[in-house]
Design a protein around this ligand. Sequence first.
Ligand code: BG6
Length: 468
Amino acid sequence: MRFPQDFLFGAASAAYQVEGAWNEDGKGLSNWDVFSKIPGKTFENTNGDVAVDHYHRYKEDIKLMAEMELESYRFSISWARIIPDGDGEVNHKGLEFYNNVIDECLKYGIVPFVTLYHWDLPQALEEDGGWANKRSIDAFAKYAEVCYKAFGDRVKHWITFNETVVFCTHGYIFGAHPPGLENDQKKYFQATHNVFVAHAKAVQIYKSLKQYGEIGITHVFNPAYSIDDTEDNLFAEMHANYYQTFWYYDPILKGEYPEYVVKRLEEQGLTPDWTEEELTLLKEMADSNDFMGLNYYQPARVAKLQETIDLTSFSEISKGKSGSPSFDGVYKTVMMDDKVYTKWGWEISAEGFLDGLRMLKERYGDVKLYVTENGLGDEDPIIDNEIVDVPRIKYIEEHLKVVKRAIEEGINLKGYYAWSVIDLLSWLNGFKKQYGFIYVDHKNNLERKKKLSFHWYKHIIETRGEEL
Ligand code: BG6
């Protein structure tokens, strides 16, 4: 089978990870501009001040994408470039930059797939409570509307948020992303709810403008599987799926929260402050959400936590890594001897993806899906001056085969975006962990170079994956 003609082969990036130019042309401060400069917060104190300088080199980068025959480029907009203080005046230089990026894509027939929020919140909003404060909901709605009006004539694919589970758990539970809070479960659940409402409002505004494109959200897809068939561990699997997946997917696709989690939050006094009006909006907007974007890297292998853990010293024992307890102390993730892992301990399992897709279909029906991220973080081997990233090719190949199989089974997958189009700044792993098809030489003026995977992906696109 060749992939259908309307299936998009793409690759992705995010503003903070590629752009640099952190204080140029009227851009406001973002929470990451500030957080990354707190000593010890990131790997070797790296930050995105320069990143890979995409802000100044977007033409060169998009030209390379065109050479790769990329059909679509997923990138994010830096909110603080558009509205420097979050909800005040619009910065026209910011609009100009993204107009240029979009036009450059279109010049080569590359479909722009735009993420509105990939974690870099204007610092003024962060200082006012960030996503735990409802002010951010209306600020986001305003920012989204500015973007639709400025770019919507040419951008027909919108993602509101990238990976709510990651920026909320890392921000309010693990203390590893801004605002750097540890185990503040009350704020964590509040922040997730506020994001879902902000998403619903952004969808509502988009539909009211009648721009006739599509809008959805991107979630991490981290399906949980029990390590064995014991009752305890099967319970852990169910619980993990409710907290890590259904809590995020249900309010978007069903317009309501899963009863199992809602009940527990009530008992624990963790219910978010939510209004009837907000809950009604979630319900009303569920049918207007056009697609779900999935960022799949790995599944979770889980077991019930038998010991009682001290949740107050939680951050000492867990940063969400494999082998650590869940933040509610119910289960733990497990690294298994018979599984294969990356250098960073992420399991490689294309089958885990396929089984997870079947689970999604069972729960949510025929919803349209895009793989908005998937890829291998590695330290790429350089031999005779060539970047021979064979493990990346193998990784993407295995996952694309599964995507093909899923389509054959009737799963409604409409595109695949490799993470990432170019080597970029990893939030917590600096430039050491590479994902790109395009190499960036940090010792040589950020010079770009095509990796082996660049040529391989080009061939896959040209042949529409026929040989997979
Ligand atoms: C996703 C994010 O969580 O994973 C990306 O959307 C990120 O922004 C990617 O870079 C890989 O994560 P890491 O930690 O390996 O850089």
